[in-house]
Design a protein around this ligand. Structure first.
Ligand code: PXL
Length: 445
């Protein structure tokens, strides 16, 4: 496994600093080591204190890592004072691996994270040992002395920073206030590369700068070139911002692991549903419960908001004699109907994430009543506004039925003109729903 070392400050809120770096390294499959240069006391609202780590302790940490698991890339973050800059550059000067510098001058909340008298020393000593520097616009202005108003200024600033010794410079566009965020990379070869991403509609987040520089470090450790590492780091930060979490009273915090959690959960959801669909196919007698318009079996991810968060069988499950057969495989977004039903149900009971629809018959409703808690709705009572859209009908009806009986796990309606009557059976997961179907079949025989 590749190793990355972060030489940076600690953030008690774990949004930035070495905590953000470790999350990022881990998320990108790189083993992360750290050397803490300063301890900050902070939360999502503000930094309330900075405590320097003694230089001997900083050096000892770097030495301990370097002598045992020499990193494949190094990131330098917060270096608070002239003494710390001296210690860090002294330790890293001879390093043969890429060094990424995140030039931390102040926290987003304004608190100084580098002493004012250290900036000149920082520029003189740290920039020349870096493979890549990752300033935002404000930092680029401070490092270069160029006032940035437009892209031309960004390029001038990047050129100036390169002339101060950094090999590659990427000036991030997150603070430029446009709909598209454009980062500008000036490469060692003088080549300019623009990297654009749509702006995410979120006020401001804490952690994105550290996530970006740590991600670039991880990709360099994994062997990508500077442009590719920046491009991938960009995509990674975009997702981390999209998945930002609000847990404190201040800024939302980027969540580097959100896309991993999301993908893992979606994969598990598909597998679990597919297994249940396979078992349903083997269930003799289920064909008798399939309605004219066929059946679908759906399973939503946690916090599902719409059809794309709900897996179901593409093309539905159809009658095959006494049994059933799925027309195609399970995938997300395959059923708007069943997705609307389960998403509406989850608004009341978030843990009930699976649903199947079966044929309406008064005898089947009686069977369900003998086994489960049942509720219903009347489609003819539906307000005109939602009636035109089938999905909102299902969603409206499910909410109405649950309001009548919050304990219901079976909901039916008797149809309307052009609408087939239907019974929907809900459960925590597909296995739970399948068990209910087995019970219904047993009692129905
Ligand atoms: O986001 C910059 C940053 C870096 N490192 C540490 C920080 C901050 C911002 O608060 O606290 C330790």
């Amino acid at each position: 496994m590749k190793v990355a070392l972060s030489v940076a400050g600690s953030d008690s809120g774990a949004a930035a600093g070495v905590q953000a770096d470790l999350k990022t390294f881990s998320a990108l499959g790189v083993y992360g080591c750290i050397a803490i240069t300063a301890i900050t006391a902070q939360n999502t609202r503000k930094v309330s204190g900075v405590f320097e780590v003694p230089v001997d302790a900083i050096k000892a940490q770097v030495r301990a890592v370097m002598s045992d698991s020499p990193p494949d890339a190094i990131k330098v973050g917060m270096v608070y004072s002239i003494e710390i800059i001296e210690a860090v550059t002294g330790m890293l000067a001879g390093a043969k691996v890429p060094i990424v510098l995140d030039p931390i001058l102040a926290a987003g909340t304004g608190y100084g994270l580098m002493q004012k008298n250290a900036l000149e020393h920082f520029i003189k000593k740290v920039l020349p040992i870096c493979t890549l520097v990752t300033p935002n616009r404000m930092e680029a202005e401070k490092l270069s002395g160029v006032k940035i108003r437009d892209d031309g200024d960004v390029i001038r600033a990047a050129k100036r920073i390169r002339s101060l010794g950094a090999q590659n410079v990427i000036v991030k566009g997150g603070h430029a206030g446009k709909n598209v965020v454009t980062d500008i990379l000036l490469e060692k070869s003088d080549k300019l590369i623009r990297m654009s991403n749509p702006r995410i509609n979120i006020k401001e987040t804490h952690g994105s700068g550290c996530n970006f520089s740590a991600a670039a470090t991880a990709y360099l450790a994994r062997g990508f070139d500077v442009a590719e590492a920046c491009d991938r780091a960009n995509e990674y930060v975009h997702n981390a911002i999209k998945g930002a979490v609000t847990f404190g009273r201040g800024l939302p915090v980027t969540n580097p692991l959100s896309s991993i959690y999301r993908d893992a959960q979606r994969y598990a959801t598909l597998v679990e549903l597919q297994q249940a669909v396979d078992r349903l196919e083997a269930l003799q007698g289920f064909g008798r419960l399939i309605p004219e318009t066929a059946t679908n079996f759906a399973y939503a991810v946690l916090d599902a908001e719409g059809p794309t968060d709900v897996a179901a069988v593409r093309g539905r499950i159809v009658k095959a004699g006494d049994a059933s057969v799925p027309v195609s495989r399970v995938e997300f977004g395959a059923s708007r109907h069943m997705a609307s039903a389960v998403v509406a149900f989850m608004k009341v009971k978030p843990a009930t994430r699976s649903v199947i629809n079966i044929r309406y018959e008064s005898k089947l409703v009686e069977v369900c009543r003998s086994l489960f808690s049942v509720s219903s709705y009347d489609r003819s009572k539906e307000p005109i506004g939602t009636r035109r859209k089938e999905d909102s009908s299902v969603s409206w009806g499910t909410s109405v039925a649950l309001a009548k009986n919050p304990a219901a796990d079976v909901i039916y309606h008797k149809g309307a003109i052009g609408k087939e009557p239907m019974i929907t059976v809900f459960g925590k997961n597909p296995g739970d729903v399948l068990l209910k179907i087995e019970k219904i079949l047993k009692a129905y025989r």
